[in-house]
Ligand binder design. Structure first.
Ligand SMILES: Cc1cc2nc3c(=O)[nH]c(=O)nc-3n(C[C@H](O)[C@H](O)[C@H](O)COP(=O)(O)O)c2cc1C
Length: 181
């Protein structure tokens, strides 16, 4: 069974996970910038990773726009974000990014990435500055622990990536490969 990891990464956290997963699966890896549907159709399993932007997965349109063509492929999605893992996050990601029908056909994972304001491009710096101000304008007592944690990251980049966290995805892909032998 042939697999490929496709990733979209602005500041490098998702790329790091994509490289670890591709290494462990000994499979091909492609930046979304170089990915075309023709290339993806050569694989049985497409693992797509992108960072969360307001809960949307960056670059996911390569999968969404080619949904019908990808029918029959194993679709494994991982999203990275700055927030810690929480129980509801997978449901939130599924609901924000996929229709109920699509949700039945994808397996979704969340990996905590990191945050590096200094490496963001101009537009994302503006968006994240607005987000920072929306937190700062709240009375301190009303800020959630996630928001307080997020504020601290603007001055000091944080990297929560951890190779061990890829194991669940790698094991899942190996398992579907064994089942389809
Ligand atoms: C505009 C913007 C919106 C973001 N929204 C979220 C979010 O909704 N949830 C989250 O956990 N992280 C959010 N983040 C943080 C990124 O998802 C996180 O830094 C990610 O690990 C970056 O991965 P990358 O370096 O591969 O792009 C956001 C970052 C930006 C720039």
């Amino acid at each position: 069974m042939k697999s490929v990891v496709v990733y979209s990464s602005i500041t490098g956290f998702t790329r790091k996970y994509a490289e670890w997963i591709a290494d462990d699966l000994n499979c091909d890896i492609l930046s979304v910038k170089d990915a075309t549907i023709e290339k993806l159709l050569k694989y049985d399993t497409v693992i797509y990773g992108g960072s969360l932007h307001a809960a949307g997965i960056t670059g996911i349109k390569i999968i969404k726009n080619n949904w019908r063509k990808l029918t029959g492929k194993n679709l494994v999605i991982f999203a990275t974000g700055a927030s810690p893992y929480k129980e509801k996050i997978l449901d939130e990601i599924r609901e924000k990014n996929f229709t109920p029908e699509e949700q039945k056909q994808v397996k979704v994972f969340y990996l905590r990435g990191g945050f590096d304001f200094s490496r963001l491009n101009f537009i994302n710096k503006v968006l994240m500055s607005l987000f920072k101000w929306s937190i700062l304008l709240k009375p301190e007592k009303k800020r959630t622990p996630d928001e307080i944690g997020m504020l601290a990251c603007y001055a000091n980049p944080v990297d929560y990536t951890n190779k061990e966290k890829c194991r669940e995805i790698v094991d899942y892909v190996k398992c579907i490969a064994d089942d389809q032998l």
